[in-house]
Design a protein around this ligand. Structure first.
Ligand code: ADP
Length: 207
């Protein structure tokens, strides 16, 4: 098994790269999605949240009212601590179970790609066998975010709150340059996939 951390600044094309790796056969895991899955209606996670914070955090249909819960924990450190103590271990277990399922399905050659937007910011590189950074110059980030409908000032503010391009590149084992076309990205991801597969099965090569 190879555990890969995939990161990139907002608008860099991390999601596009992740989708392409998944199409090749990687198992793509996303902590944000896991955090939603562990509090779906009917889960023990949601039951514990309702017990801890009261039935007011549930909507009529039994799903979690995120806005209500956010209001409660926003200004209250103790409440936020309680929420994290419920959710974090569940997310960890969920991710571990997903990794184990991937290994069972694909054997030792499984390639697990964790989509981690703030990998560089959180100093989380050491959690993975290998870190892939999707890289574009800031002007391309701005252009692509604008094309997606994000106002320029908002895009700049989000980028300023993230690691710089150099900080991100400093934690990369493999860089995917995504400043070209989506077809160029297809080709680069194919090459990177070959490298990941050989690393997963214990061979060494470089890309
Ligand atoms: P991220 O997940 O890093 O925020 P996305 O993968 O969502 O970025 O890409 C941001 C936007 O740019 C999306 O609309 C995506 O389709 C587009 N995009 C990504 N890569 C390219 C590319 N090489 N050429 C053109 N558009 C791209």
């Amino acid at each position: 098994m190879l555990r890969v951390g995939l990161t990139g600044g907002i608008g860099s094309g991390k999601s596009e790269a992740g989708r392409r790796l998944a199409a090749h056969g990687a198992v793509l895991l996303d902590a944000d999605k896991a955090a939603r899955a562990v509090v779906e209606p009917g889960t023990p996670g949601l039951a514990r949240i309702a017990e801890t914070f009261g039935p007011g955090v549930l909507r009529e249909d039994g799903s979690l009212d995120r806005a209500k819960l956010a209001q409660i924990v926003f200004a209250d450190d103790a409440a936020r601590g309680k929420l994290n103590a419920i959710v974090h271990p569940l997310v960890q277990d969920h991710m571990l179970a997903a990794e184990q399922a991937a290994v069972q399905a694909s054997g030792d050659g499984a390639v697990i790609v964790h989509d981690v937007p703030l990998l560089a910011e959180g100093g989380r590189g050491k959690e993975f066998d290998l870190v892939i950074v999707v890289d574009v110059p800031p002007e391309v980030q701005l252009e692509r975010l604008a094309a997606r409908g994000m106002p320029a000032d908002q895009a700049r503010a989000r980028m300023a709150a993230q690691a710089t391009r150099d900080e991100r590149l400093a934690v990369a084992d493999i860089v995917i340059d995504n400043s070209g076309t989506l077809e160029a990205l297809d080709r680069r991801v194919s090459d990177v996939w070959t490298t990941l597969q050989s690393r997963a099965s214990g061979r060494r090569d470089t890309t």
